[in-house]
Design a protein around this ligand. Structure first.
Ligand code: F6R
Length: 615
């Protein structure tokens, strides 16, 4: 949510900032802006409502040439998306420019104080208040800017990742964070890069410093990097090497990131189980579990927290853990968990699921669970993310960067990791016999190949998409392991095609949603061969009797459901516990094709942003 980029070094900042903003655009695309220090220490600010391309068109041929600058792509919180509310914002005297990701909760109180002192604010944003406040502190205290930033931030309640450019000091850039991510790239030529994540940095350097909460960094043209906490404690910067490859941030010949990421799933699922599932020796190794066996061995309950798609992966995990490891599970939206005074027992283990590892609600829920003594296990995709660093142990999903705003490969990688965990725990706890264990790990090892098979025969989904593209509503129904997939299918459709869609357990339909069914209502059933297959067939009959238009995902060779459905898509036969890894694929592709047919921006759907770092 909001992308931040910064550069200080010997080269012109503008191309680096624009390229960085393009890479970060998935975090927000309401407006984009840059500030640079030009010859003669002139602060130049350019900002525009809309996408990064609107900003570059606005700048045209008169590109800035300064070698220090900051850039921002906005996901609006305070104030509508327009040119004035775009970042960067200036302090009262126009000497500092600031970009911000997060929310300043006490901005109204600070604004009142500033107004009393004669400050005139021009935007509706909390960010402009912060820029004025820092400048006010600097002027009234006579402090140097890094100290003024520190002192000002002590008064701030809320979340922030900021970068500040100072007209009076063209040789330094100041950055700070609390509860919003910020990464500093350290280049070889006395260069510094700043990013909300590593994506705008990785093309230039693999050496990064993750700024921690309440730390203020001062980067200097001499190559010096100083970090202090807002309480003035000196911190020694710790340099980490990132493994991300630049090719993973490109579309690689695909029309959209989402399509690329859907087609990457055979590999991303393979990467998520690689080294963990060892078919030859009939073993699973997961250090996040094995090294903390005392905790898992006595786990009385698992609490799973996450948001959106990650929450859906958590629901799949509920079925997996309860059925394979016989551990009771509760799955909860992180945003609800944190505000309902949850009861956490000493033998509870909390699993937090997050692609970005930065989701504010999930992070806050983790902190609450930790405060109450729980052992927290993270399932994250982004290496080095806040959630990965704040959990006691965990397992990376290794899906690689996910740029499309609608989550696809991250979901299947999460489900693959959670499946591996459930199978491992079930076996290690003696609740899954050797034969069943071997069947499951062999099934899991086959998944990448089977996903490849699903993708290779996905063409007919385009026809189904053509039939359903004009619908206003859609119902997704599944039972057991397929109920969360139905929820995920509905979420994918609504977020990228703007068709209203609901996911339901198929049997619940007759308790209300059946009233919606008529000849215009597409009903998408997941009716694969599993324990509840016959029950789902009855549910399909109920819809057919009311004239609903039925599209069913079935197991290869299915006859019963085919006879009842208007359209079917077959997936290969697999153990029912692993079937969500296959049935999720046609759901993703159907939404993708429908959204394209409706002329929607698949990778950047309206109102959304990839990493939700505000509450
Ligand atoms: C949907 C989607 C969101 C995220 C949710 C949580 O396609 O991407 O619903 O799943 O915002 O994000 P993470 O997993 O980064 O915590």
């Amino acid at each position: 949510m909001c992308g931040i980029v910064g550069y200080l070094g010997p080269n012109p900042a503008f191309p680096i900032l624009i390229e960085g903003l393009q890479r970060l655009e998935y975090r927000g695309y309401d407006s984009a802006g840059i500030a640079t220090l030009e010859e003669g220490c002139l602060l130049r600010v350019e900002k525009k409502k809309g996408k990064v391309v609107d900003l570059t068109n606005h700048i045209g041929e008169h590109a800035p040439t300064g070698t220090i600058g900051i850039g921002h792509t906005r996901w609006a919180t305070h104030g509508p998306p327009n040119d004035v509310n775009s970042h960067p914002h200036l302090g009262g005297q126009g000497k500092i420019a600031l970009i911000h990701n997060g929310i300043i909760e006490n901005y109204e109180a600070i604004k009142e104080l500033l107004t009393h002192r004669g400050h005139k604010l021009v935007s509706d944003t909390d960010t402009e208040v912060l820029a004025h406040f820092i400048e006010e502190v600097r002027i009234s205290s006579g402090l140097d800017l890094p100290d003024a930033v520190r002192v000002a931030l002590k008064e701030v309640v809320g979340a922030y990742a900021i970068v500040v450019l100072d007209q009076d000091h063209p040789d330094r850039l100041i950055a700070a964070r609390k509860s919003s991510p910020l990464v500093i790239g350290v280049g070889s030529n006395n260069e510094f890069y700043v990013g909300s994540d590593a994506t705008p940095i990785v093309a230039y350097t693999k050496n990064v410093v993750y700024l921690e909460d309440e730390e203020v960094a001062t980067m200097h043209r001499s190559g010096e990097l100083k970090i202090r906490t807002i309480g003035d404690v000196v911190i020694t910067p710790e340099i980490h090497a990132i493994e991300m490859e630049i090719a993973s941030l490109e579309k690689g010949g695909y029309e959209h990131f989402m399509l690329k990421e859907i087609f990457e799933q055979p590999r991303s699922i393979q990467d998520s189980i690689r080294g963990r599932v060892r078919l030859q020796t009939g073993e699973i190794h997961m250090s996040g579990i094995d090294d903390h066996w005392d905790v898992w061995n006595k786990a009385g309950r698992i609490l799973i927290i996450g948001c959106g798609t990650s929450w859906h992966a958590g629901l799949v995990a509920e079925y997996l853990f309860e059925s394979l490891a016989r551990i009771p599970v509760e799955v909860e939206y992180a945003s609800e968990f944190r505000y309902r005074n949850p009861i956490i027992r000493p033998d509870d283990v909390v699993i937090a699921i997050s692609q970005s590892g930065e989701t504010a609600d999930t992070l806050a829920a983790i902190r609450l669970a930790k405060e109450q003594g729980a052992h927290v296990f993270g399932v994250c995709n982004v290496v080095g993310s806040s959630i990965a660093r704040e959990t006691h142990a965990g397992a990376y999903t290794h899906a690689g960067p996910e740029i499309g705003v609608a989550s696809t490969k991250a979901f299947t990688a999460q489900v693959a990791v959670l499946s591996t965990m459930a199978i491992h725990l079930g076996h290690k706890l003696g609740r899954l016999e050797d034969k069943a264990f071997m069947r499951l790990i062999s099934g899991l090892s086959n998944v990448p190949g089977l996903v490849d098979r699903v993708l290779s025969k996905a063409e007919p989904l385009l026809h189904v998409a053509t039939v359903f593209a004009s619908a206003d509503n859609a119902l997704y129904l599944g039972r057991g392991y397929q109920f969360p997939v139905a929820l995920e299918g509905a979420l994918k459709l609504k977020e990228i095609s703007y068709i209203h869609a609901e996911g339901y357990p198929a049997a619940e339909m007759k308790h209300g949603p059946i009233a919606l069914i008529d000849q215009d209502m597409p009903v998408i059933f997941i009716a694969t061969h599993d324990e509840v297959y016959d029950k789902v067939v009855s549910n399909i009959q109920e819809v057919k009797a009311r004239g609903g238009r039925i599209f069913s995902i079935v197991t290869e060779g299915d006859k019963k459901v085919r006879a009842l459905s208007d359209h079917v898509f077959e997936v290969p036969k697999i153990h029912e516990a692993l079937a969500p890894l296959l049935t999720a694929i046609p759901m993703q592709l159907l939404s993708y094709h429908i959204a394209l047919l409706r002329g929607c921006n698949v990778d950047q759907p309206r109102n959304l942003a990839k990493s939700v770092t505000v509450e």
